[in-house]
Every structure is written in structure tokens, then in C-alpha cells.
Design a protein around this ligand. Sequence first.
Ligand code: BMA
Length: 324
Amino acid sequence: MDNIVKRYPGNPVLTADQVPYESTLVFNAGVIKYHDKYVMVFRNDYDYISGSDFKGTNIGLADSEDGIHWHVHDKPVFTLHTREISRAYDPRLTVIDGKVYMCFAVDTKHGIRGGIATTDDFEHFDILSLSAPDNRNMVLFPEKINGLFTRLERPFTIYGRGGVERFDIWSSQSPDMKFWGNSSLVLGVEDVPFANNKIGPAAPPIKTDAGWLTIFHAVDIDNSRGKNGWENSWTKRYTAGVALLDLKDPTNVLSMSKEPLLIPETDYETVTGFRTNVIFPTSLIREDDQVKIYYGASDTVVALATASVDDLIKFAQQSTDIQH
Ligand code: BMA
């Protein structure tokens, strides 16, 4: 099963120098096919200060005819900044019944919230809900399940998990995108053999006969890693795994890869960039029997890879030993 994922040889597909406004890092992008074009919303961090601090973050918009060559629009399209809120970031897009929804994370003075907005034109966004803190990495399933909108999400359970980062993937449901409940654990970090720190939802799942094909990110810490990227110390590595969830009950994990699907390897994933060793997938686009996988690389650029749906399903069928 080696190399079932092919990186686009011309990677990265989006870099800060393509952006016609202040931009330092462009990464973690939501991508959909919409009205015969590819549309991307991406996180833009600009004006580096020091440590992990940037002067600002906004969400930019780009479109493309082929999913490879991107034209960035002249202004950012989504910025949240108030006395309470410092920024919105990490957008994911899902189309449900022809309507576009964007999930995003929001940093506030009182915690991190997961937001969901809808838009018709990528200029005006109506915010439908903001979760209680701390929660983020929300992704929406592309259709209602048992009559309810369904999302995967990643609460931050610091206090209840022994005071350390041990974060898991959960799901919640809603009749209207505003009120969310029916929350259940989907996958625990201890279920993932290549994570020793935390996991989280990556891209909105896609429907296959074998189940919801779901990519997630998995974090391992190795203290011998020391300095990587621009910060004084960065010891985490972000890889991507893949799982199949029951079509009728996505809290039921049918199977999961025992090994990562994508590990940082190339220069733009391991050598150059702000936080190296980070692969952060945020979008999956199905095209016949193939998928395009978009991911943030080193928190610095957007990269593209492709894989066959059948290979991903086989890769996800390695293990059915899910503990809870
Ligand atoms: C996570 C988020 C992501 C980022 C990743 C690696 O906690 O902040 O946006 O890609 O860390 O830095």
C-alpha cells in the first residue's frame, strides 16, 4: 500500500506571494467544487511578530478552473475582530443541498469556539452558530443523517483528561445548524496507534459504499525534535490518518488505518516554513474514482495530493480494533 497518495509534483499550489494583500502564511484551506469551478477559502496569517504571534489573521478567497492554478481575489472575505474575538481561522467548506456552509475556529478572550456560517456569494456570510468553548476543527457531513445535520468536532478536554492535551473526535447533530446536541465520542486518541497527543477531524467526509470516508489529523510529540521552523521549539508532528464511519451512524467507526496515510516528507513539509512537520488536511474532493486532498503544509502553504477512492478504503480497512 506504499505511496497510495501522490503529491502534486508542482506543490505547493498556494503560497503567500500569490496573495495581493498582506500575507505571510497561507494554509488550512476549505475547497469545494461549486458552479463548475473550484473555490477555496484559506487561512492567511500576516505580519510576523515573534514566537507564534502574528499581527493578524483573516480568511482569503481563491478560485481555479483545474484545482491546481489558483487566482486569489483582491481582498480577504472573512475577518472576525472585536473586543472579545481576536480572529477566525481554519475554514472548511461543505455543500449541503446546494447551499455552502463554512466551519471555522474563533479565538476569543474566553476560549476557542467553533463557528458555522453560510454564504451564497463568498462575500456575505451569515453566522449560524458558535459553539461553547473550547471546540474547533468542525467539519460537516455533506448530507443530513437520520434527518439531522451532522458534524465532527474536536473539543479540548484538558481538565477532564488529566490536565494534558489528550483530544478526541466527537460528533454532534442539529435540526437547523443553530442548536447542536446528540453529542457522542467517535474516535479516542488512544485508538490511533500513530498519535500520542491528540487527533482531530480534517476534511468533511465523503460518502462511499464502504462507509463515510473520513480523514483525520493525528499528532505525536517527540521531545528530541527541538527547534523546527521559526519558533524556538516545536516538537509536534502532524500526520493524516483515514477511517470509515457507518453511513447510518457515523459515531460507529467501522475501521481505521493503523499507519498514517500522509507523513511529512518533502522539503515544504519538513524543512521550510513556520512550523515544520505539519500536514493538516482540510478538504477532500471526489472526482469519479479519485480524490483530491488539500492540506496545509508546515502551516505555511497549501499543498495538493491525489489518491484513488478504492485505495483509501482499503487503507482504512487495516484495523477494526476500536476500543470504545
Ligand atoms: C493546530 C491548529 C492548526 C495548525 C496546527 C499546527 O492546533 O492551530 O491551525 O495547523 O495546530 O500548528
